[in-house]
Design a protein around this ligand. Structure first.
Ligand SMILES: Cc1ncc(COP(=O)(O)O)c(C=O)c1O
Length: 385
């Protein structure tokens, strides 16, 4: 493989004084940030050039989604997931988080409920409060092979006639699962049986690291599940442009799409022109950037496995490792504990799973090594206490 991007992945960029959410959290304190899900890598030059070219137009006015963005997205979805979707199924939104909140608004009725498998990316857990849906949380289970599974029997036990929606995340943040075709089929059958809408956040789908795993859009399994699905995609994780929010909801059912558009009207702005330029270039990418990025992340994951060992749950996708601290003296507050040793991780409690921490390993190897040294020092202190 060509190594056109490798030196970019090794380059440490000083983000102090850039108003970075990740770095500002610990400004003035000796805590290295490995929490929020943006990468410490530069966006690739072809994406930055597309933004610069758009700036050369001088006026940053109100903007329609151009055909070029639809074509780039459709080509990417076809190449990466073998799923062909027509223009009319697409609704563009400034972010996946607004997208799944709009999905919930679109289906919410008085006294209705939403099923949410947990642990999960924490903005899922604020959707019920935002939309008036009752939360029906269902715990995912860590299996003996370290993979977290979705237990359809547990979903069956929680679903009621008031349930309207199931909120799904695949590849799963924070457990790193990439669900198999059999698991997705069981989930789709469950949604069809109970007449549920399925909202599937697939933002991490380009970041499958395990050679044996493959991302399958759940809505591509059959026309029946497609007709009750809202699938959300974005290029912003993979190309490290989350500050230019741009996402798309793929909604095959015309009524559901109309309800989603109604929920969005006058409340959520259109995607901005710089974000359109960046995401168009990202979706159109067929360079060696992505294979090289995944290779680099696999190297980082190997280092995490060497240092963290079996506490690290089996990860198939994403750059977010899930670390089990439940058998330690700091199980009730592992995030605080690591912060006190200069390591800024995300505490599992926010994801609905106290006793875990999430470790973002998308960073230059040299920076990762600094974090891992602090992890080792913290663990050594723990075993001495
Ligand atoms: C599963 C998942 N969905 C959505 C997002 C954020 O999406 P956006 O920035 O497009 O709202 C993230 C960011 O970490 C994520 O991990």
């Amino acid at each position: 493989m060509s190594q056109a991007f490798a030196s970019d992945f090794d380059r440490v960029i000083d983000r102090s004084n850039t108003s970075s959410s990740k770095w500002e959290k610990y400004a003035g304190r000796d805590i290295l940030p490995f929490w929020i899900a943006d990468m410490e890598f530069p966006a690739p030059k072809f994406v930055l050039d597309a933004i610069r070219e758009r700036l050369d137009q001088e006026i940053i006015g109100y903007t329609r989604v151009p055909d070029t963005l639809n074509r780039a997205f459709q080509g990417w979805l076809q190449r990466s997931c073998n799923w062909t979707v027509p223009d009319e199924w697409l609704v563009w939104v400034p972010g996946v988080v607004p997208g799944f909140n709009l999905a919930a608004r679109a289906v919410a009725e008085p006294d209705s409920a939403v099923l949410i498998p947990t642990p999960v990316y924490y903005p899922f857990l604020t959707v019920p409060g935002n939309t008036g849906l009752e939360a029906q949380k269902v715990a995912l289970q860590p299996g003996s092979d370290g993979r977290w599974t979705m237990d359809v029997d547990a979903l069956q036990a929680s679903v009621t006639e008031r349930t309207r929606l199931l909120m799904f995340c695949n590849p799963q943040n924070p457990t790193g699962r990439v669900y198999s075709k059999a698991e997705l089929t069981a989930l789709a059958d469950f949604c069809i049986e109970h007449n549920l809408t399925l909202c599937s956040d697939e933002i991490h789908c380009s970041l499958v690291l395990d050679e044996h795993a493959r991302h399958i859009p759940v809505a591509s399994l059959s026309p029946e599940i497609a007709q009750r699905s809202i699938s959300l995609y974005a290029a912003t994780k993979t190309y490290n442009i989350p500050g230019l929010p741009c996402a798309v909801a793929v909604i095959p059912n015309a009524d559901l799409r109309a309800a989603f558009r109604t929920a969005k009207a006058d409340l959520v702005p259109d995607v901005g022109p710089l974000a359109i330029a960046a995401s168009t270039a990202a979706f159109a990418d067929e360079s060696s950037y992505l294979p090289e990025l995944k290779d680099y992340l696999r190297g980082n994951l190997k280092r995490l496995r060497e240092v963290i060992g079996p506490r690290l749950t089996h990860l198939e996708g994403t750059y977010l490792a899930w670390v089990d601290m439940r058998d330690t003296a700091v199980a009730d507050r592992p995030g605080d504990f690591f912060e006190s040793h200069g390591l800024g991780l995300s505490d599992g409690a926010a994801f609905g799973a106290p006793g875990f921490v999430r470790f973002n390993f998308a960073c230059p190897r040299a920076f990762l090594e600094q974090g891992l040294t602090r992890f080792e020092t913290a663990m050594a202190a723990l075993s001495r206490d």
